[in-house]
Design a protein around this ligand. Structure first.
Ligand code: DSN
Length: 429
């Protein structure tokens, strides 16, 4: 190690910190070698990753463009303004705040801007496909507010808008949240907004999972119906980890105050720049084809799963994910996740609606196609992936069959490398 501390500015990571460099390389290899089917993950572009690794990380800038609590922010103001304008253009909204560090703070800021602690809001039950921040009792949302949860219909496993309306009329929540983390069907944001209007509630949509599908016009948009929309930027949208809040103009001032100084400090400017890059990419015509391919691939993945004998919750998918019911198989969700890991297929265990089991060992797995689509998989390849999953699940004790599945996974991953140019550059990514 050199005695001159400033030499760190020119020493590459590999030399400066081999332990961390080696972990990044190992994770790169892991991502390269597995079929990554977590539906909330995707592959951001090299440009997004470059913005994330930039000197914008170094600047403090509490406040908003033109109104900062620190000097030297004229460039940061430009970055944030570009991100705001692109976000508004992409989703067709009147107002955008691009500072939320991630989805949970974005949702917290919206609640803070509309509700008083103890007020009632309505969201989707986590076990039916909702999110922790939509009112789970162990989450800040369930601890700070009074919660009414809606779920899916037991027969159809789909949202029942008449039942949701009846519940809303009975409970009179101040916010009605639509949006989900594990619901494979189209969401009728207009119906939700109409219910909210009828009961005098603010309508809020958390589009984190499907933001890329909405931007690509392959899922109906919550605008112009919903009052306030939150989204992460790293799922189907393929941006950096982070989030945004969008809304009708009248909600903007309260949301800005809730984000800062309400719950956050200095904006993560490198992340905001990366969001701007991702919004710019999503505005390009080719993004529509990409978003459409995510959905086609998910349908094909679902076909392969069903051909292999697995049941999909609600019988299929309209979006980027399938929820697989394992109750008629020899495995639980936890066992299936672990087994599939051994053949280099990465999935997450997941509750299914009306699940008799517990979240740490539920009856289902959740699989999605944003990452596979990002590495160039088509419908035929995704259908094969579905068949491979089913083969492994129904033959978990057959070592030679699992070897064959692993070999087929290798053929598929080798035919669709991730970040091939970064590998050539031997970059620490
Ligand atoms: N953890 C995300 C997901 O996997 O859906 C939601 O925040």
């Amino acid at each position: 190690m050199t005695s001159n501390f400033n030499s760190r500015f020119s020493i590459p990571l590999q030399q400066s910190d081999n332990a961390v460099y080696a972990c990044i390389q190992k994770e790169f290899e892991r991502q390269q070698e597995v079929l990554e089917l977590i539906p909330s993950e995707s592959l951001p572009s090299k440009a997004v990753l470059e913005a994330l690794g930039s000197v914008l990380n170094n600047k403090y800038s509490e406040g908003y463009p033109g109104k900062r609590y620190y000097g030297g922010n004229h460039v940061i103001d430009q970055v944030e303004s570009i991100a705001i304008e692109r976000c508004k253009q992409l989703f067709g909204c009147e107002y955008a705040n691009v500072q939320p560090y991630s989805g949970s703070p974005a949702n917290a800021a919206v609640y803070l801007s509309v509700l008083n602690y103890g007020d009632k809001f309505m969201g989707m039950n986590l076990a039916h496909g909702g999110h922790l921040t939509h009112g789970h009792k162990l989450n800040f949302s369930g601890k700070s507010y009074s919660i009414v949860s809606y779920g899916v219909d037991k027969e159809t496993e789909r949202l029942d808008y008449d039942a949701i309306k009846r519940l809303a009329l009975q409970e009179k929540p101040k916010i009605i949240v639509s949006g989900s983390s594990a619901y494979p069907r189209e969401i009728d944001f207009k119906a939700f907004a109409e219910i909210a209007q009828e009961v005098g509630a603010v309508s809020m949509s958390d589009i984190s999972h499907i933001a890329g599908l909405i931007a690509g016009n392959v899922h109906p948009s919550p605008f112009p119906f919903t009052d306030i929309v939150t989204s992460t930027t790293h799922k189907t949208l393929c941006g950096p980890r982070g989030a945004v809040i969008m809304a009708r103009a009248q909600f903007g001032e309260a949301i800005d105050k809730a984000v800062f100084p309400g719950i956050q400090g200095g904006p993560h400017n490198h992340q905001i720049a990366a969001k701007a890059v991702a919004f710019g990419e999503a505005l390009r015509p080719e993004f529509k084809a990409f978003a459409g391919q995510i959905v086609k691939n998910a349908k094909a993945l679902g076909t392969g799963l069903m051909e292999g004998g697995l049941r999909l919750v609600s019988g299929g998918t309209d979006n980027h994910l399938c929820l697989v019911d394992l109750t008629q198989t020899p495995l639980t969700g936890k066992e299936a996740e672990a087994l599939l890991d051994t053949v280099n297929i990465t999935v997450n265990k997941n509750m299914i609606p009306f699940d008799p089991r517990k979240p740490l060992d539920p009856s289902g797995i959740r699989v999605g196609t944003p990452t596979l689509t990002g590495r160039g998989f088509n419908e035929e390849a995704c259908r094969e992936v579905g068949q491979l999953i089913a083969k492994a699940v129904f033959n978990s004790q057959d070592a030679s069959l699992l070897d064959r599945v692993r070999a087929e996974v290798k053929t598929l991953t080798q035919a669709h490398p991730i970040y091939p140019m970064l590998k050539e550059e031997n970059a620490p990514i």
